[in-house]
Write a protein that binds this ligand. Structure first.
Ligand code: IMP
Length: 236
């Protein structure tokens, strides 16, 4: 007989040590025709196909928020939105977190947030370096921190951010919520605790993700085509 566990009695630290919930897998061959959804005219010639429609993204973000709210209940979360790509995910995630918090009538703050930029340098050193700008992360000592990212590709950036946080900041806990996780043979093995979708190894854009600063305004997630790569190759 399965052991009965009252989940409300399990501590946050124990909840965070449980295995992560796996992201929804978008198959390698998955494609949605551009004509099936509303796609702004200015992008019609510059996309191969849609991968995740906006409505599906919104629903999935709501569930990721619920998982976070459940794991961290009783604690104020310090959210760090990784600019610029993480901005759309961050906005919808906060909206959902606020909703769950308010519905449950909690008396403590749901979260505090800030915006950061992360630059990683591989250089000649095998460990590399990372610079985090936009917010003084050292003030997060002893706090429960979650980085909010658009996509984990090789995972190197977030691996270095974790090393930096542990060495220089000592937060009470640190995790990552990413909307997408790329299935790539170049992955260093980093896995975000919260991941919305596992996506094929293709260059994707939309919902905050860009190619040379273009496509962030597209509300679906889509695969860029060769014409788009050529057309926007000289943008910022
Ligand atoms: P990583 O260090 O290789 O995991 O790189 C992660 C960062 O690369 C993300 O935060 C994005 O800014 C960028 N990135 C990686 N893959 C894509 C993509 O398919 N589309 C847009 N940006 C991407």
């Amino acid at each position: 007989m399965a052991e009965f566990r009252d989940s409300s009695r399990v501590s946050m630290v124990d909840r965070l040590s449980l295995p992560r919930k796996e992201p929804i897998k978008i198959a390698d061959e998955a494609t949605i025709q551009l004509d099936d959804y509303f796609v702004p005219t200015h992008y019609l010639d510059y996309l191969d196909c849609l991968l995740i429609p906006h409505g599906t993204i919104r629903s999935r973000v709501e569930k990721v928020a619920k998982d976070i709210a459940t794991d961290y209940r009783g604690e104020t979360i310090y959210l760090l939105c990784v600019l610029k790509g993480g901005s759309a995910f961050f906005t919808d995630l906060c909206e959902a977190l606020n909703k769950f918090h308010a519905y449950e009538g909690k008396t403590y703050l749901p979260h505090v947030f800030d915006f950061i930029k992360v630059k990683s340098y591989s250089g000649t050193s095998s460990t590399g370096q990372v610079s985090i700008t936009g917010c003084d992360v050292t003030k997060l000592k002893g706090k429960h921190v979650i980085f909010v990212e658009d996509i984990v590709d090789t995972g190197l950036t977030m691996t270095k951010v974790f090393e930096y946080m542990r060495e220089h900041v000592e937060p009470a806990s640190v995790n990552v919520a990413t909307l997408c996780e790329k299935r790539t043979h170049l992955s260093c093995g980093f896995k975000a605790r919260y991941a919305g979708f596992s996506v094929p190894d293709k260059f994707i854009v939309g919902y905050g993700m860009d190619y040379n600063e273009i496509y962030r305004d597209l509300n679906h997630i889509a695969v860029i085509n060769a014409a788009g790569i050529e057309k926007f190759k000289d943008e910022c």
